[in-house]
Design a protein around this ligand. Structure first.
Ligand code: HPA
Length: 267
């Protein structure tokens, strides 16, 4: 199935060989509208499925940004949509086979750290997998990665440094911290957010970790950036809604795009 998808895509993109992959999170998909040389709908790609979440398109977009060849996922597959964890990470394996060396994973997240404000951007320094599963369960594809991969440095420290430098140089303030993934789709209870804080999380969300595990396993360099869209439940007294999350992502999207474009230039 993986080879079918890769061959299908390569027939369309010909000799366009992307070196950077970007997974665009909720409300952050505009980058793929701005830069788009070739777009392929997920529903056409063998092994991909259509995205079911409002605010997420479902297509793979190929473009040259600041001199680099990039493939963007405009919309991702979430575990909470009912996709198997293998389906969630399938596009990452495809990107690896297409030649992607560096994967930028973005998401919308809830702020657990009380210093975070809606529309802040957070560089992910590490993660906690609280999804109760792991995308590497099952037969191991030794051609991609090893059976028991080291996860000591999923988010490459030199790249974290680079993102900070880029943020400084273009005047985009950045937070940094640990991202904890839960399955969703319900948001957390205040008690769960309290637990998240106690065990070391700065932000909570429903994505990213499966993709980061697979990318790290396949020896890709990973950059993670969260858009903090709300204070997680109980951190502030305001209730949560998907609409508010999208609104906060919209507020952040210009600085987000600026940051990502500049990071691409510097990679
Ligand atoms: N929790 C989990 N996922 C999220 C949140 C949240 O508060 N905000 C945006 N995505």
């Amino acid at each position: 199935m993986l080879n079918n998808a890769v061959e299908f895509i390569q027939e369309i993109i010909k000799d366009f060989s992307p070196e950077i992959g970007i997974i665009l999170g909720s409300g952050l998909g505009e980058l793929a509208d701005e830069y788009c040389n070739i777009a392929i709908n997920y529903s056409d790609i063998p092994g991909f499925e259509a995205s079911t979440v409002a605010g997420h398109k479902g297509r793979l977009v190929f473009a040259e940004i600041n001199g680099k060849k990039v493939v963007m996922m405009q919309g991702r597959f979430h575990f909470y949509e009912g996709h198997s964890i293998q389906k969630v990470v399938f596009p990452v394996k495809v990107m690896k086979k297409l030649g992607v060396k560096t994967l930028i994973i973005t998401n919308a997240a809830g702020g657990v750290n009380p210093n975070f404000r809606p529309s802040d951007l957070m560089i992910i320094t590490d993660h906690i997998n609280y999804m109760g599963t792991n995308p590497l369960i099952g037969a191991n594809d030794n051609s991609m990665g090893e059976r028991f991969p080291d996860m000591s440095e999923v988010y490459n420290s030199e790249l974290i440094e680079l993102v900070h430098k880029v943020g400084d140089s273009i005047g985009v303030d950045l937070q940094e911290g640990v991202y904890m993934a839960l399955t969703g789709p319900s948001y957390e209870t205040p008690a769960e957010v309290k637990m998240a804080k106690i065990i070391g999380a700065d932000a909570v969300g429903m994505s990213t970790v499966p993709e980061a595990i697979v990318a790290s396993w396949a020896k890709m360099n990973v950059i993670g950036i969260s858009c903090i869209c709300n204070s997680a439940a109980g951190v502030s007294t305001v209730g949560l809604s998907h609409e508010d999350v999208i609104k906060a992502a919209n507020t952040a999207k210009d600085k987000f795009k600026k940051l990502v474009k500049e990071v691409i230039r510097k990679i």
